[in-house]
Design a protein around this ligand. Structure first.
Ligand SMILES: [Zn+2]
Length: 92
């Protein structure tokens, strides 16, 4: 499996002088919002896995990182994190 080097060689940015205005207007893409496209990225130990909702992120954090709750310092998101009261009480 091919992989990128950890450090890529730097080069100057150049202006795009080949794309036409018609091509830009014909391109596929749209503006979205946190409500339409929720994004939650796990940053525990540079994991960087992407999740579409906090519930899946919480399940991942518990399963793969052994964390009982999602800490906002371990998440990159443009959504609002719900209070982390997701600790499951399995004691009886
Ligand atoms: Zn993770």
């Amino acid at each position: 499996m091919a992989s990128l080097p950890s450090v890529l060689p730097a080069r100057p940015a150049v202006q795009d002088d080949t794309t036409t205005l018609d091509q830009i207007h014909a391109s596929v893409g749209k503006i979205t919002s946190p409500e339409i496209t929720p994004i939650y990225i796990c940053t525990v130990h540079k994991c960087f896995r992407l999740f579409p909702n906090q519930r899946n992120l919480t399940a991942h954090s518990k399963k793969d990182h052994g964390l009982d709750a999602v800490d906002e310092k371990n998440v990159v998101t443009w959504n609002t994190l719900a209070p982390s009261n997701t600790t499951m009480n399995t004691q009886s």
